[in-house]
Design a protein around this ligand. Structure first.
Ligand code: PLP
Length: 393
């Protein structure tokens, strides 16, 4: 009790309703509470625990690195084994012209870096983003996020940002020769896991090429295998000019990165030099964790299982109270009709030992984004809890 009181008293709160769930340890698909109970995790730290909790290969990589050295120098000055190995593996695992990676500390910092890079490379000032998008909470990332409620009180933000509607081809002409970049989540997260339809991404990319604007894809949620490909853009037949990643990339530690061709990235190294500076970007401990995660995602066959696991969720989650299920792979949003009901279902699931959550802007959607390592039995067990709760309430 004392500990929980301290949580509310000393750790800054940004909602009035944090659950204060007290965590003892976490392993695989489970988080263990201080109450002695095991909780099956269908949220994975909001798409961050790609390989489940404390995956042994990730933990070992961190321990081995910790025994050698921790932070030794600010970003990019010294050649350190793990960040180099991570960037090289990313280059090998992604299509051309993506070849060089800038490692940073969080998704939002990676978004900020990608916007700076696009402005610097094109020499243009205008940015096009999407209504209902979420790109993070620094001033830069918030500026290109498309939800007014979360932005209003923090203005002034970046000027010259235009918001267009996701999947609406008729708005592509708002991308003009003055546009430095278009920034888009390949799958819109906070809006309830909306996927691009009808070759929308190809049409968007074509428009960007026509006017010389760079396409930035935010893959902070779908990246690292969550949709069954390493990055979700691989489903849609295009390659972005700048790729942004984070969350699941870390395997449970804080990280972000943006990736592009050498030509584009090169513009951060001159006029002015040091176009983006970060102390802990490329930190060896974080890079060791991320490298082990990437290797495991690529080598383990987990990505090949994603489609079957998605199908199983969709087969099992059939109920009159479920209106529809959005999303792709292991990022699914289950529409339960109203925010209040969804919150209530999430609470009741927790009481029965299952962690689910809701989507940031569309609270009527229940979030399902488990670790890729979740087993089919665990999917069955968790879905049964959801169905029980829907039946009883
Ligand atoms: N972009 C997307 C699509 C996200 O889901 C998030 C985080 O939820 C971010 C950016 C920001 O990442 P971070 O919270 O690591 O700054």
């Amino acid at each position: 009790m004392e500990f929980k009181k301290d949580f509310y008293a000393y750790q800054a709160q940004t909602t009035m309703f944090a659950s204060g769930f007290e965590v003892e340890k976490a392993e695989g698909s489970y988080i263990y509470g201080k109450d002695g109970k095991a909780y099956l995790d269908f949220v994975a730290g909001v798409s961050a625990n790609t390989l489940g909790h404390s995956h042994p290969k990730v933990v070992n990589a961190i321990k081995e690195q910790a025994d050698k050295y921790l932070h030794v120098m600010v970003y990019g000055e010294y050649a350190q084994e793990k960040p180099v190995a991570l960037c090289k593996l990313l280059a090998e695992a992604t299509p051309d012209p993506l070849e060089i990676t800038y490692l940073v500390n969080s998704g939002a910092e990676a978004i900020d870096g990608s916007l700076k890079l696009a402005k610097r490379y094109t020499g243009r000032e205008e940015i096009v983003s999407f209504k209902d998008s979420y790109h993070g909470n620094t001033h830069g990332a918030l500026s290109v996020s498309g939800n007014e409620t979360h932005k209003r009180e923090f203005r002034p933000l970046l000027p010259m940002v235009t918001f267009i509607e996701f999947n609406n081809e008729n708005e592509l002409d708002k991308i003009t020769p003055k546009t430095a970049c278009v920034i888009m989540e390949t799958i819109q997260g906070a809006a309830g896991f909306l996927v691009p339809h009808n070759d929308y991404l190809k049409k968007l990319k074509k428009r960007c090429e026509e006017v010389g604007a760079l396409l930035i894809l935010d893959e902070i949620q779908p990246g690292f295998g969550r949709t069954g490909k390493l990055f979700a853009f691989e489903h849609y037949g295009i390659v972005p000019d700048i790729l942004v990643m984070g969350k699941g990339m870390g395997g449970g530690v804080p990280v972000g990165a943006f990736m592009s061709s050498k030509e584009i990235m090169g513009s951060l190294s001159h006029s002015p030099k040091l176009g983006h500076i970060t102390t802990f970007g490329g930190n060896p401990l974080i890079a060791a964790s991320s490298h082990a995660t990437l290797k495991e995602v690529l080598d383990s066959g987990l990505m090949e299982q994603v489609k079957r696991k998605e199908e199983l969720f969709r087969e099992l989650l059939v109920h009159p109270k479920i209106k529809n299920i959005n999303g792709k792979g292991l990022m699914l949003a289950v529409n339960l009709g109203t925010p209040d009901y969804t919150l209530d279902v999430a609470k009741k699931c927790m009481e029965k030992g299952l962690i689910v959550f809701w989507q940031l802007y569309r609270n009527e959607y229940m979030r399902i984004s488990p670790p890729l390592t979740i087993s089919e039995d665990e999917i069955r067990k968790g879905c049964q809890i959801i169905l029980d709760v829907l039946n009883e309430n």
